[in-house]
Design a protein around this ligand. Structure first.
Ligand SMILES: [Cu+2]
Length: 452
């Protein structure tokens, strides 16, 4: 036995020498951290932005992942609670570090995920630098899928390395919709079958280096998210594709649905060599969505990790041969038919049931209709207007509400609005618009019928 153990040790040492010296595992430590407890009422939606614990250790993050757990640390299924998205933002030890992408926005987003269950992964030898007294915030959206109250924690696993020689990466959050205060945008619908809604934004890259990793966040209806390089004939350097759940995947079964089911995975780019970019050059980020159906409040965001390298080549040499796309899951479909989402209310037993339209007496609204959003209800809830008419929603509650299309010929997509706010939309496409508030999806419904 001792002899065999000796052989094993020798083999381990040899393997250790063969690995990159910068990634010696003895210098790594993994921290499992948690947010404060979060309480959810039945079918409650929350958008918290909270300070969360950090490892309180200086070094480099080399891996990170997150999930929802209960008080005993057991994972919570999306059948009970869904993490629509979360972004971890580093505000630094005192003042916020200079934001990399959108000027004036505090903090540096460095890890994000959602239904696609992405992890922060970097090739060996690279890391995201953190300091002992950094402050982190987690900006997230959660939705309870159960009638029972629920307590949950956002658990995240952070692996920190202090191996010498690690190359720091700069995370850049680049959106196809630019620096708008809302990270989402609206695909209105009404395009020809098979046509695409294409949005691009040109981002100026703040640092010279090499893109060694890149993830992507997309919503239902997405076709792809691409990054191209205008100075090199606008060649595509990153091409993130969505992977969709199989028809029996829980993302299609949860009720209520707040939005069209998103991808279960998105392609994650990794390259130890990296794609060279120069400080001051422009990268074009392009999001493509199905244009036939409306897709309210979609996102097209790439999370690019640039390894700092002042000597990154200026030319347009071929892209590195070691670029790979990594999938967190592969058990899915490459394409799905775009879809709306059903309106959902609760039956007498408290279980969610789908409804074809909102109830209430039909009210003729005329060409300039008014709706009061009051006491957590749309008044009137069932409205008809002529084609070309407009509707103004007047928000009268202290609590925030929204008006958002569930299934409709065109998108309706108001911001979350408090008392005193208004939202107006003109309806030119006839049809039935089933609308809801995404903060109160099982109680606040409205149907607007637009006559031909
Ligand atoms: Cu509401």
């Amino acid at each position: 036995m001792p002899r065999r153990r000796g052989v094993g040790l020798v083999a381990l040492v040899v393997l250790g020498l063969a690995a990159a010296p910068a990634a010696a595992p003895a210098t790594e430590r993994t921290y499992k951290l948690r947010s404060a407890a979060m309480s959810f009422g039945g079918f409650e939606t929350k958008f918290p932005s909270r300070v969360v614990p950090t490892p309180r250790r200086a070094g480099f993050i080399v891996r990170m992942s997150t999930r929802l757990v209960d008080a005993r640390g057991r994972p919570i299924s999306i059948k009970r609670l869904m993490l629509h998205h979360v972004v971890f933002i580093n505000s630094g030890p005192r003042a916020a570090p200079r934001n990399n992408a959108c000027p004036g926005r505090p903090g540096e987003p460095f890890f994000g995920t959602g239904e696609e269950q992405q992890r922060l992964i970097l090739p060996p030898g690279y890391g995201y630098p953190v300091r002992e007294h950094d402050r982190w915030r987690a900006v997230a959206m959660y939705m309870s899928h159960t009638s029972r109250p629920l307590r949950a924690f956002l658990e995240y696993s952070v692996t920190i390395s202090d191996a010498p020689g690690l190359v720091p990466v700069k995370p850049l959050w680049l959106r196809a919709s630019g620096c708008d205060p809302l990270s989402s945008y609206t695909v209105p619908g009404g395009g020809a079958p098979g046509s695409a809604d294409v949005r691009s934004h040109d981002w100026t890259i703040p640092t010279s280096g090499r893109i060694v990793a890149a993830g992507a966040h997309l919503h239902g209806g997405a076709l792809r998210l691409a990054v191209s390089q205008p100075r090199c004939d606008d060649r595509t350097i990153l091409d993130h594709r969505p992977l969709w759940g199989r028809p029996d995947d829980p993302v299609y079964r949860v009720r209520p649905m707040l939005h069209e089911p998103g991808p279960i995975a998105t392609g994650y780019f990794l390259s130890p060599t990296g794609i060279p970019v120069r400080r001051g050059e422009v990268l074009r980020v392009t999001g493509s969505y199905d244009a036939e159906l409306p897709h309210p409040r979609v996102m097209a965001i790439t999370h690019v990790y640039v390894a700092k390298d002042a000597d990154a080549p200026r030319g347009c040499d071929p892209l590195p041969a070691d670029g790979r796309i990594r999938w967190s899951r592969t058990d899915g479909r490459a394409a799905v038919a775009p879809m709306g989402v059903p309106l959902t209310r609760l039956d007498a037993g408290g279980d969610p049931i789908e409804i074809p339209f909102a109830g209430g007496p039909l009210v003729e609204g005329g060409a300039d209709a008014r709706v009061d959003v009051e006491r957590a209800a749309f008044k009137p809830s069932n409205l008809t207007i002529p084609s070309g008419g407009r509707v103004t929603w007047r928000f009268r509650d202290r609590d925030m509400h929204s008006v958002l299309s569930a299934n409709a010929p065109r998108a309706v997509d108001s911001p979350l609005t408090r008392r005193g706010g208004r939202y107006t939309q003109t309806f030119t496409a006839p049809g039935t618009y089933n609308l809801f508030c995404d903060l109160h999806p099982v109680t606040m419904h409205q149907t607007v019928t637009v006559r031909p």
